[in-house]
Design a protein around this ligand. Structure first.
Ligand code: GLU
Length: 299
């Protein structure tokens, strides 16, 4: 049985910012990047960058360029080369093989529609996880023949057999702001680790890459707190080091809603191109204030 290894406290601090280039950054992203950057710099550590472009259909090079320009404009510097997930696919494949060898993965042929129908028709009350109803496990019990036939002919993703994986890993903990948290990955059900349309899911890629980049401390928004339970389990299954986590509150607008494009939050790029002083914007975000022009997104 493998448990993730406890992090050596003497290892230098390494933090990261890991945006998905599926849109432009807003002030919430900026605040998160600054928090991770400052955490490392104030401890003599390294700050690394990763572009989470695993989603080939939604990721765009123009977003990558804007993201890098925005970070520079905020006055942030990063260490070493930027890791692009699209160039790290072999590592995800190897991890999937490891998990397959442990018989912890199964192919799933269900469409979204089929899953929704199954959940709706389920006699038992559907089990809700942090991301909505959990997968009802339809494909978990397929025969080896049905699996083999499906793999050859039908689109499929690969899911983690959560119950099996949790038993194999045993009880797990992680820390958030230094507080011990008992991992509860089961609430997520059989999560997808390799998507139909992408070679790895967020959960798998983020866990592998945080280890690959030697990240000691993960500073990111509270919206990703629930996902950490799954990441902790994957660390144990793959024998990866366990970073310390520091989830932070999300930046909200004048209405108290979290910043998002759909809520009308302006992009950092629009401020940059309008000639706004990036250092001044960064100073406001460091002070926990939402800079003028960002705070008021009332239509
Ligand atoms: N790529 C994710 C996002 O942009 C962040 C991943 C993470 O910080 O773990 O939402």
């Amino acid at each position: 049985m493998t448990h993730g290894q406890a992090l050596n406290p003497h290892v230098a601090v390494v933090t990261r910012f890991a945006p998905s280039p599926t849109g432009r950054l807003h002030a919430g992203h900026g605040a998160s990047a600054i928090a991770a950057h400052d955490f490392a710099r104030s401890r003599g550590g390294r700050f690394v960058l990763r572009i989470e472009d695993i989603d080939g259909t939604r990721s765009r090079r123009e977003h990558v360029d804007a993201i890098l320009a925005d970070l520079r404009w905020l006055g942030l510097t990063w260490d070493g080369p930027v890791l692009f997930q699209s160039q790290h696919l072999a590592a995800y494949d190897a991890a999937l093989d490891t998990l397959r060898d442990k018989r912890l993965l199964y192919p799933c042929f269900c469409t979204r529609k089929e899953i929704a129908r199954e959940v709706a028709e389920s006699m038992a009350a559907p089990h809700h996880g942090p991301d909505g109803p959990v997968y009802p496990g339809t494909c978990r019990s397929l025969t080896p023949e049905a699996r083999a036939a499906g793999i050859a002919t039908r689109p499929h993703c690969w899911r983690l057999d959560m119950a099996k994986a949790s038993v194999l890993a045993g009880p797990l903990e992680w820390t958030d702001h230094g507080q011990g948290v008992r991992a509860d990955p089961q609430a997520h059900g059989d999560v997808v680790l390799a998507r139909k349309d992408a070679p790895a899911s967020y959960h798998l890629a983020v866990t592998i890459d945080d280890a690959a980049q030697g990240v000691s401390d993960i500073i990111r928004g509270k919206d990703l707190y629930p996902a950490t339970h799954v990441h902790r389990l994957l660390q144990a299954l793959l024998g990866l080091p366990v970073p310390r986590y520091h989830h932070h509150a999300l930046v909200t607008d004048a209405r108290g809603e979290r910043l998002a494009k759909r809520n009308g939050a302006p992009s950092l790029e629009s401020l940059r191109l309008a000639g706004t002083d990036g250092a001044a914007v960064a100073a406001e975000l460091r002070a926990g204030r939402v800079p003028l022009g960002i705070a008021d997104t009332t239509p």
